[in-house]
Write a protein that binds this ligand. Structure first.
Ligand code: 5GP
Ligand code: ZN
Length: 113
């Protein structure tokens, strides 16, 4: 998707502070962190949001759960805990229309505003 910000990050056309990459997924620090640890985790496949998911994406999105777990562990959050947030559509305040999961941690008061 030529006009997608996160596709441009995946392609390396826009820099990002990456913390994880494999063939299917990318993890990078949110540019405006809302918690001491605020990582965005995305599939490299362009999917606009949860509403666009199809049955064939189920294995991919299942593997994403384990990537979230790995990144959380790598960030030292396994014991303290963490929150996963997905915003889908206008009323949720979705700004970037490439599906992404916010991984938030490092505080007992995780700000969702
Ligand atoms: P949304 O509201 O769509 O769920 O969240 C989009 C997130 O992307 C926001 O938390 C915002 O700070 C982050 N973001 C927007 N532009 C960039 C960027 O260019 N680089 C990075 N690393 N994060 C971005
Ligand atoms: Zn995209």
């Amino acid at each position: 998707m030529a006009d997608c910000l996160f596709c441009k990050i995946i392609a390396g056309h826009i820099p990002a502070d990456q913390v994880y990459e494999d063939e299917e997924f990318l993890g990078f620090k949110d540019i405006a962190p809302k918690a001491p640890v605020h990582i965005l985790v995305i599939p490299k496949k362009h999917i606009a949001n949860l509403e666009e998911l199809e049955g064939e994406d189920a294995p991919l999105m299942g593997r994403l759960q384990l990537v979230l777990q790995k990144i959380a562990r790598d960030q030292g959050l396994a014991d303290s805990g963490y929150r996963i947030v997905n915003n889908c559509g206008r009323d949720a305040g979705q700004v970037v229309f490439h599906i992404h999961y916010h991984l938030l941690g490092g505080s007992s008061r995780l700000n969702l505003d």
